[in-house]
Design a protein around this ligand. Structure first.
Ligand code: ADP
Ligand code: F6P
Length: 319
C-alpha cells in the first residue's frame, strides 16, 4: 500500500471533514501518499484527483460540509461507470480507496471492490440509516441542530399557543425525528417505522387543551409524509390551525459536535490502518462504543431495527 485516495459522496454530513483529516494525517504518518478525490464519484469519473498534505487538512476539524465536495452521480450506477472508475484509479496507481458516505455510496464501494483496488466505507450521513452501525457521522450534529430549532420554535409555539409541525430529514429512517423529538419533548413523533392515526394525534391535542395546554409540537420525519398534508388533516379534524416548519438543509450543515468529530477521527484512522493491514471491502462502524469493521456487502444486507423502546418512552413522556 503506497497510495490511497479518499472521497465523500451522497449528502454532506457534519464531521466528514474530521474524517478526511484523520485519513490524510494517519496515512502520511504511515508514509503513504494520500490523494483527495473531488466531488464524489462524479469527480472520480472526471479524474479530479489531487495529492493532499498535512496542511491540506489544517483548520477543518470544526467545519461542516466537506472540503472535497460531494455529489450524487448517476453514471456510477452503471457497469460502464464502475469500470471507468476502476480504470481511473488504476491509472493513478491508487492502491486503496476510502469512501465516506451513506448506503448508496457504499453500493459504489462494493462495486469498486471487484477490482484490484482495496476499498473501505466510512458511514457519513445525517440519516443514521445504516443498520450495521449504531451511529453514522453527522447524525449527532443533525439531532442537536434540530433540537436547537425545537427550542426556538417552542418559545413561539408557547407564547402564541400554537400547534407547530416540524418536518425533519432522514429519508426512510425516523431516527432524527425520534432522537430530537424525545430530547425536545415533542408531544407527537411521527416516523416511517410506526403507523399513526391523525385522529389520535388530534385527540391528544384536544385533551391537552382541556388541561390548559394550548401549544403542541409535532415532529414529523420526511419519510412518514409531508407536513403540509398533515397540517390540512389536523385542520379538517379539529378546526385547529397549525404552523409548519420544514428544516431542510439547516440539518445538513453546521459545526460538528464533539461526538461527530471524535467518531469521524476514530473511523478515519481505522480505515487507513485496515488498508495498511491489506484488508478490503470493509465497512467501518461503531457498536456499544467499540469500533467494528464488517464486510461491506454484509453491512448493506442488514435491515435496520427501529428503537421501539425509545419510541414507547417518547409516547409515555408526552402524555
Ligand atoms: P448516500 O450515499 O448518502 O446514501 P445516495 O443514495 O444518493 O447517497 O448515493 C450516493 C451516490 O452513490 C449515488 O449518487 C451514486 O453515485 C452512488 N451509488 C448509489 N447506488 C449505487 C449503486 N447501486 N451502484 C453504484 N453506485 C451507487
Ligand atoms: O441523505 C441525506 C439527506 O439529507 C436525506 O435526509 C434527504 O432525504 C436527502 O439527503 C435530500 O437529498 P437532496 O439534498 O439531494 O435533496
Amino acid at each position: 500500500m503506497k497510495k490511497i485516495g479518499v472521497l465523500t459522496s451522497g449528502g454532506d454530513a457534519p464531521g466528514m471533514n474530521a474524517a478526511i483529516r484523520a485519513i490524510v494525517r494517519t496515512g502520511i504518518y504511515h508514509d503513504l501518499k494520500v490523494f483527495g478525490i473531488q466531488r464524489g464519484y462524479t469527480g472520480l469519473l472526471h479524474g479530479e484527483i489531487k495529492e493532499m498534505h498535512i496542511a491540506s487538512v489544517g483548520d477543518i476539524i470544526h467545519r461542516g460540509g466537506t472540503i472535497l465536495k460531494t455529489s450524487r452521480c448517476e453514471e456510477m450506477k452503471t457497469e460502464a461507470g464502475i469500470n471507468k472508475a476502476i480504470g481511473i484509479l488504476e491509472k493513478n496507481e491508487i492502491d486503496g480507496l476510502i469512501v465516506i458516505g451513506g448506503d448508496g455510496s457504499f453500493q459504489g464501494v462494493n462495486q469498486l471492490g471487484r477490482g484490484n483496488i482495496k476499498v473501505m466505507g466510512i458511514p457519513g450521513t445525517i440519516d443514521n440509516d445504516l443498520a450495521y452501525t449504531d451511529y453514522t457521522i453527522g447524525f449527532d450534529t443533525a439531532v442537536n441542530t434540530v433540537l436547537d430549532s425545537i427550542s426556538k420554535i417552542r418559545d413561539t409555539s408557547m407564547s402564541h399557543e400554537k400547534v407547530t409541525i416540524i418536518e425533519v430529514m432522514g429519508r426512510h429512517c425516523g431516527d432524527i425525528a425520534l432522537y430530537a423529538g424525545l430530547a425536545g419533548g415533542a408531544e407527537s413523533i411521527l416516523v416511517p417505522e410506526e403507523q399513526y392515526e391523525v385522529k389520535k394525534i388530534c385527540e391528544k391535542m384536544l385533551q391537552g387543551r382541556k388541561r390548559g395546554k394550548a401549544h403542541n409540537i409535532i415532529m414529523l420525519a420526511e419519510g412518514r409524509g409531508s407536513a403540509a398534508e398533515l397540517q390540512k388533516e389536523i385542520l379538517n379534524t379539529t378546526g385547529i390551525e397549525s404552523r409548519v416548519t420544514v428544516l431542510g438543509y439547516l440539518q445538513r450543515g453546521g459545526v460538528p459536535t464533539a461526538v461527530d468529530r471524535i467518531l469521524a477521527s476514530r473511523m478515519g484512522a481505522m480505515a487507513v490502518n485496515l488498508l495498511i493491514e491489506g484488508k478490503s471491502n470493509r465497512a467501518i462502524g461503531i457498536k456499544d462504543n467499540h469500533l467494528i469493521n464488517i464486510d461491506i456487502m454484509e453491512a448493506l444486507m442488514k435491515r435496520k431495527i427501529f428503537d421501539q423502546e425509545m419510541y414507547n418512552l417518547s409516547q409515555i413522556l408526552s402524555i
